[in-house]
Design a protein around this ligand. Structure first.
Ligand code: BEZ
Ligand code: FE2
Length: 412
């Protein structure tokens, strides 16, 4: 049994002062410092220091580690130019991405307070580093393939990867899951098989959805920039599905849809009514010229959303603090303090609910996953803490996963 306290603790009831936590692998009690000390007089107490704040560990629900070798190789600014470039450079980028590089990126996530992440895996190459990482990992095996001539082989490969992720040991903290690449790149026959599998084995599902205007045009009318792309790379001329057919396939299985930038009000309403959620990656959307997700609409429709980084193929860091800072700037008409508050919620309790994991809240009974950060000075009010946390945090001071202290690097 250990005790920890900070100047402020982020609880489901708001920021608490003079509070403390008793924990082993899970959180045993959260109460006033006085009561915790009385209840556990023999346990040692750790204090995070001046201007410290204790948060639940942060959760990055959408990242592609296999593309970690990219820094300057890909064309940004326009989605189709980027996708063309990814296809052209994919083998080089994958070849340059070894375990050491992915481990470094996982460590960078850790030092920015990410204790759980959702790894979207195209080839299964990152399974070993995810298994040996200290973090919890939801391992999304990705299904891709629209050309009927190849889908059976690709589906067979996907099943093998899924099986490997299901065979890991419990202490490796891997949750196997399924990712559908996108409506334009997955044939409806294998899409239905994969969703059937997800339902049968109660696996989490994720899918890229309506990321670009080109995707929308291709799915709606079989025209636009995707037409020459498919003719060139896949020798096909027609989309394999429609937006409604694709969405309908996920009925009765709550899914984490990534991007949704080009979704209409009706489509967002559909997501809301069916209990789906959104991974919002604003820097990726900006860099690929996809536009801005109207999160004000998403919030009005009460769709759970999570800020996520996407991979280094469409971003320049895997830090959720970098992502949240950018989010504050991109959604520039939103009230600042309340946006900051909902961003912190999005990467803690909302992301935990989306993943169905017992994390994301500082509350008795939850896994003891938390991070200590320190502001450079005192906040002017409790309601200003989320904003100041996002503005000033680059690295966290301490990380605990399942009650184990993982890093303790003084940053101030
Ligand atoms: C496809 O299999 O259709 C596909 C794969 C990668 C990117 C786009 C489409
Ligand atoms: Fe992605």
């Amino acid at each position: 049994m250990k005790l920890i306290t900070a100047d402020y603790i982020y609880t489901p009831q708001g920021f608490k002062e003079n509070y403390a936590i008793a924990f082993d692998e899970t959180i045993i009690a959260v109460d006033s410092l006085k009561l915790i000390m009385e209840q556990f007089p023999d346990a040692t107490l750790h204090y995070g220091g001046e201007f410290s704040i204790l948060y639940p560990g942060f959760i990055n629900t959408h990242v592609h580690l296999e593309f970690s070798a990219n820094t300057t190789s890909l064309q940004y600014g326009n989605f189709m130019e980027w996708l063309d470039c990814v296809i052209e450079k994919r083998n080089d980028l994958l070849g340059q991405c070894d375990n050491q590089l992915m481990e470094n990126k996982i460590n960078e996530m850790l030092s920015s307070g990410i204790t759980t992440f959702g790894a979207i895996s195209s080839f299964g190459a990152e399974l070993e580093v995810c298994a040996t990482s200290p973090q919890r990992v939801v391992f999304f095996n990705e299904l891709i393939g629209s050309n009927p001539a190849y889908v059976d082989t690709l589906y067979g490969d996907f099943l093998e990867r899924l099986k490997s992720s299901q065979n890991r040991k419990p202490h490796e903290k891997i949750t196997p899951a399924i990712a559908i690449h996108s409506p334009y790149s997955v044939h409806p026959i294998v899409l239905k098989k994969a969703i059937g599998l997800a339902k049968e084995h109660r696996l989490l599902l994720s899918a890229h959805f309506l990321e670009s205007q080109a995707e929308r045009e291709w799915l709606e009318s079989g025209s636009g920039d995707f037409k020459p792309f498919f003719e060139k790379f896949f020798k096909t001329s027609f989309p394999v599905t429609t937006i409604n057919e694709f969405l309908g396939a996920f009925e009765n299985h709550q899914t984490h849809f990534t991007h949704c930038v080009q979704a209409t009000q009706n489509e967002l309403q559909y997501l809301s009514h069916h209990g789906h959620s959104i991974a919002h990656c604003p820097r990726s959307n900006r860099l690929l010229g996809c536009g801005r997700l109207e999160i004000e609409r998403v919030e009005r429709l009460e769709i759970p959303f999570c800020i996520a980084t996407d991979g280094l193929s469409s971003n320049y860091s895997l830090s959720l603090f970098d992502e949240m800072r950018a989010t504050l700037m991109i959604h520039d008409t939103q009230p600042l303090q309340s946006l900051a508050t909902s961003l912190i919620q999005s990467v803690t309790s909302t992301a935990a609910d989306v993943f169905g994991l017992n994390i994301g809240k500082i509350e008795a009974g939850k896994e003891a996953d938390f991070v200590m950060i320190r502001l450079p000075n005192a906040p002017i009010s409790l309601s200003d803490i989320p904003l100041q946390t996002i503005l000033h945090t680059k690295k966290v001071c301490e990380v605990y996963i399942g009650g184990q202290k993982i890093i303790a690097s003084p940053t101030f």
